[in-house]
Design a protein around this ligand. Structure first.
Ligand code: M6R
Length: 368
């Protein structure tokens, strides 16, 4: 069943190209984006003036990334919130609010309760879910299924990439309904998204050095993760993977926040993973990150830099460089997350842990 892999998680990491491909498939009909079960019409979507994404854990991180894409394409505010906080603070919801509930299992109690609350307040709810007929899609107005296939490993990997793909589709569908993007622009974005399947496959072939690095830093006390823009949620996801699998202290920060506190944590030899954007598509953020990297290297950190191939400006400040294929800025998380998943899995393996079943965790959390 593990297809020759030691753990399900290894297999699921390897299947991520397929997960993205299957999730995108059939959602463009030649003239525009089509979602799954359309209990929300294009007219309904047109009236939406605010979006909330509610989810937990890794699914929440997919929502944080969706915010960048949806706000950019659709010009409407997007709030992203962990489901367990959402309903207890009286969020402002009405018929013009779209709540996107993202859940691999479709059974997470916190997310389900958030969905129920949103519907009671009159909001429209769209579920992004990997499990056919699960409770969350059943109680939502519409559903967009991710097609990652069953995910056995407790740590979410392929479901996360599939969630990203689905969230981008939601953004494009909204842009289409609201008319904030021309049809041909949407077609081009969809095509670029489809091309990400190959970038994911290619990234998966580049992971051997990351496996080696994992051996070297497996005994570290802590690892920090930094990013900006869409790289920030990727940093959070990298830290979560490492916590849950390797039981190590790991934290993700917005790189710009460093000097507001976290830089005090930097000490000699501390591994810091930095997710760097493309110098071409995002020169401003790139230059800011570059100075962050220099700053922490000067203070003794061991810099592990995730960068775009051919970016030689970062190389002098990288103690370890992971080069990834060049991709559009908003889609970078689809490739940048992969080395962080592999790093966490390999560190956990080096420490002798069962990477499919981390301690104290359940695959689906059905109590609040
Ligand atoms: O099934 P869900 O997507 O609703 O689950 C949400 C979280 O419990 C889940 O993503 C969790 O954070 C993973 N173990 C992270 O790898």
């Amino acid at each position: 069943e593990k297809g020759g892999f030691e753990f399900f998680m290894d297999k699921e990491i390897a299947e991520q190209g397929d997960a993205v491909r299957s999730t995108l498939m059939g959602h463009f009909d030649g003239s525009g984006i089509v979602l799954d079960e359309q209990r929300l019409s294009e007219d309904d979507l047109r009236t939406i003036d605010k979006v909330f994404v509610v989810a937990c854990g890794t699914a929440y991180h997919s929502g944080l990334i969706a915010k960048y894409a949806i706000e950019h394409w659709c010009r409407i505010p997007v709030e992203v919130e962990v489901a367990s906080e959402f309903r207890y603070r009286d969020p402002v919801l009405d018929r013009q609010t779209l709540v996107v509930a993202v859940s691999q299992s479709g059974e997470t109690a916190d997310t389900l309760e958030a969905v129920r609350h949103a519907r009671r307040q009159g909001a429209r709810v769209l579920a992004v879910c990997n499990t056919n007929g699960a409770q969350i899609p059943r109680e939502s107005d519409a559903v967009l299924y991710t097609h990652a296939g069953p995910e056995i490993g407790v740590a979410s990997t392929k479901a996360f990439l599939a969630q990203l793909a689905a969230n981008y589709l939601v953004g494009l569908a909204l842009a289409q309904a609201r008319g904030t993007k021309y049809r041909d622009e949407i077609a081009r974005e969809y095509e670029a998204l489809t091309a990400m399947v190959e970038a994911v496959e290619q990234t998966l072939t580049l992971m051997d050095p990351v496996r080696k690095l994992a051996q070297e830093i497996a005994q570290s006390k802590a690892v920090l993760f930094l990013g900006r823009h869409v790289g920030f949620p990727v940093a959070l996801e990298g830290a979560l993977k490492l916590k849950e699998l390797a039981y190590m202290h790991a934290e993700g920060f917005a790189a710009g926040e460093l000097k507001h506190g976290p830089i005090a944590l930097i000490e000699d030899g501390l591994p810091v993973v930095i997710v760097t954007p493309s110098p071409k598509s995002d020169p401003l953020i790139h230059s800011k990150l570059l100075s962050n990297i220099r700053e922490i290297q000067a203070r003794g950190a061991r810099t592990i830099v995730i960068s775009e191939e051919g970016d030689d400006t970062v190389a002098p400040f990288a103690d370890f460089l992971v080069e990834l294929p060049r991709v559009p800025k908003l889609f970078q998380p689809l490739v940048a997350t992969i080395p962080l998943q592999v790093l966490a899995a390999e560190i956990a393996r080096a420490r002798g842990y069962d990477i499919d079943k981390p301690r104290n965790l359940a695959k689906s959390v059905t109590v609040e």
